[in-house]
Design a protein around this ligand. Structure first.
Ligand code: GDP
Ligand code: MN
Length: 397
């Protein structure tokens, strides 16, 4: 689950990570109110207005702007709220901005002693360990740094049995070229950041930039936080931070129905039980010369109700030209699944306008094929993988 910057900063702050302080606002008027409040709390006269969307690169797209007085706060917040912000990480049409973060200006005017660093915490799947990635080249596109100057990106792996060690945090501060007060601050920052990562069951933190101010404070100016969905049951307060307006509506609906659905760009809709079979089915579609329109794992209980919900979700995608149902009947018997498909088809009547290819394999597969063939419905059945692939080809050519 992705969070907004302001939510990520709330979590970081609760673990003692120093963050650029701010308050969120939904309207230009509210922006002025919270800006005044922020001035009282921090003494800042200048504010940064930051669009809150689930995508980075906002600065480049005009979603991060400096306001030097309250009139400018109102004007800029008014411009940003409601805009469709286009950044390298949004869809080409952009993302609608519903909220802004009014933050203290931490780049003190005329300041030449500041530095921007990059820091992320993530899992290295190859070694099964968390690692901290960091670079002196903060504030810019880290992909560019990785491509052109990879030697400027460092990594520090953490042994899960002992956690982040003091010498590691010091090494990071050292490699970032810090000394004196800034060095000590960075050690504290890294330590708190790692505690936060583990404590909130995150799967990714990306802080770009981490700022060193002229008075040697280390501050998280940005916060991209992804939490592990599978651990959310341990964090009811974080689960409430989910912003479904940022997610694809079709995926939200599928999730509510307990289906594992990922929208893709192709034309062949897939309905499969089990993630492994779903991947194999997508390969099969590609092998037949087409592209899958989605990944969809209906899980263990492929009854009529679930099949129907899955049908409806797949059919919401206007690109779908055919649907391939590929179900392995292990615990669930194929004939019952077949009946479920036929019932769902009957229920949906005219809503289904694309060819359906069904491959059922496993317990009672022959009986299942018979049910489908005898249903009188325009459903093509197959038992072998190759057959299914041929049917898809026939249906689409
Ligand atoms: P991103 O573009 O989505 O990664 O958003 P960031 O939060 O990283 O902000 C983009 C850029 O805005 C930063 O790299 C900074 O250069 C700038 N910025 C952020 N906070 C401040 C601030 O307090 N003062 C000034 N002058 N610039 C800021
Ligand atoms: Mn950033």
């Amino acid at each position: 689950m992705n969070l907004h910057e302001f939510q990520g900063k709330q979590i970081l702050s609760s673990y003692g990570v120093r963050v650029q302080r701010g308050h969120v606002a939904n309207t230009a008027e509210e922006a002025v109110t919270v800006a005044k409040q922020l001035t009282e709390e921090t003494g800042t006269g200048w504010h940064v207005i930051k669009a809150q969307i689930h995508a980075g690169g906002r600065g480049k797209g005009g979603g991060v702007k400096l306001a030097k007085n309250l009139d400018q706060v109102k004007e800029i917040a008014g411009q940003i709220i409601g805009m469709d912000l286009i950044t390298p990480q949004t869809p080409p049409t952009g993302k609608r901005v519903n909220k802004v973060l009014i933050a203290e200006d931490v780049y003190y005017p005329g300041d030449s002693e500041i530095s921007e660093f990059y820091m992320s915490v993530l899992l290295n799947r190859a070694t099964g360990r968390n690692m901290i990635m960091y670079s002196t080249e903060g504030g810019m596109d880290i992909e560019e740094v990785a491509e052109h100057t990879p030697h400027l990106i460092f990594t520090e792996e953490i042994d899960p049995s002992v956690g982040l060690q003091g010498f590691q945090a010091r090494k990071i501060a050292f490699n970032l070229g810090l000394s004196g007060g800034a060095f000590k601050e960075m050690v504290k920052f890294v330590d708190a950041l790692y505690n936060a990562y583990v404590g909130c069951d995150a799967s990714m933190f990306e802080i770009n930039p981490v700022l060193k101010t002229s008075d040697d404070k280390i501050i998280a100016v940005d916060a991209k936080v992804t939490l592990d969905d599978n651990a959310l049951y341990r964090h009811a307060d974080y689960a409430e931070m989910r912003d479904v307006t940022e997610e694809r509506p079709i995926e939200v609906e599928a999730k509510a129905a307990g289906l594992n659905y990922v929208d893709l760009d192709g034309t062949v809709g897939c309905m499969v039980n089990g993630a492994g079979l779903a991947m194999a089915t997508m390969d099969l579609i590609k092998y037949a010369g087409f592209e899958p329109a989605n990944f969809l794992d209906v899980g263990g209980t492929a009854d009529a109700k679930r099949v129907e919900i899955a049908f409806r979700i797949i059919l919401k995608d206007p690109n779908v030209k055919a649907i391939l149902i590929n179900i392995f009947g292990g615990i669930v018997r194929c004939d019952r699944v077949a009946q479920g498909i036929v019932d769902a088809y009957k229920n949906m009547g005219d809503d289904i306008k694309v060819p359906i290819i069904v491959r059922l394999q496993g317990t009672n597969a022959d009986l299942a094929k018979q049910i489908i063939d005898e249903s009188g419905m325009p459903i093509l059945s197959a038992i072998e993988f190759q057959e299914a692939s041929d049917r898809v080809k026939e249906a689409l050519s």
